[in-house]
Design a binder for this molecule. Sequence first.
Ligand SMILES: C[S@@+](CC[C@H](N)C(=O)[O-])C[C@H]1O[C@@H](n2cnc3c(N)ncnc32)[C@H](O)[C@@H]1O
Length: 351
Amino acid sequence: MHHGLRRDPAPSGERPAGAASAQMAEMLSGFAVSQALYVVAKLDLAAKLLAGPRTPAELAKESDVLEDPLRRVLHTLSGVGVVTHREGDRFAVTDLGATLAGGTPGSLRGTALLWMETHYEAFGELLGTLRTGSTGFALRHGQEFVPYLREHPEHLPGLTSAMAELNGGPRQALLAGYRLPEGEVVADIGGADGSVLAALLADDPRRRGIVMDLPEVVPAATARMSEAGLAGRVSTVGGDFFTGVPSADVYLLSAVLHDWSDEDCVRLLGRIAEAARPGARLVVIESLLPLDDEPHPSKLSDLIMLTMAGGRERTGSEYTTLLGTAGFVVDRTVSAPAGGYSAIEATFEAG
Ligand SMILES: C[S@@+](CC[C@H](N)C(=O)[O-])C[C@H]1O[C@@H](n2cnc3c(N)ncnc32)[C@H](O)[C@@H]1O
């Protein structure tokens, strides 16, 4: 018998004949859905449709694309709940489709652009990763993702918006109720545009912050802090976190450790340990890998880390061991409900 979310393999005879093949065919066609959604995101069609239903002819003209293929993309996406048909040969956008509109709360447009412009091709090399241990990204592009991004800064806005978009979506439940451990100065290491720090410091006016990221990313952080009205108490620093990090009372690593192998994480944690005084606090925000069969976003994210970065998602106890290697003792883990993100808090105990 099926119960709730568990996805037990159905005993034969329980599903109608062909249902398993149909479900598998649907999963296999994910590549077509991803590319159709990318078209909507790239042309910002969802934003255009938020203003009111439009015909494919109108949208095609405005977007400088051909009407017939655009109509077929929209018709296909009507079958997965992204747009709906309206009278007069028009399409409207649904709540689901509206998440692809740029500049709206909960938008995933930056994620769509980043994933399809930098991740999609690399995933064509997943089997190569299993055979060689190299990232799919390096197999496809001949260099790792971070050096590639530094040489192709046109993708940096996509990266920073994709990361910031997590705050409006999957990370929102954690950030809304979470308060950082005591400490006046909070350094967000690998903080991208500082959106996580901004969310955590907004209601905490006594604290000061530092956002550290690669020099190419810092202008986005400086701009974001001004927008958030935090320029007076948050500074931005460019540098390589494997070389050194600024001194602070609380260190924040949000979605950073999952980008790296255990060896690289220990190197980075070592740089923090060098800058930290005993008693300094570390907060690691990650989506923890569950051990069971439950559907969980960190399972797909683990493959993204494998293919794009050579990193990995980890279980709570793997993080405890990893942090312990560098002298950080885990105090507690705060988890958002329903498979969301967690904040692992640790204290630096000089060894
Ligand atoms: C996955 S993003 C996480 C961004 C942000 N902390 C968040 O949670 O939204 C990882 C960040 O690490 C930065 N990064 C990668 N290598 C770095 C290095 N060697 N030194 C400093 N920052 C680095 C990237 O530029 C990127 O902004």
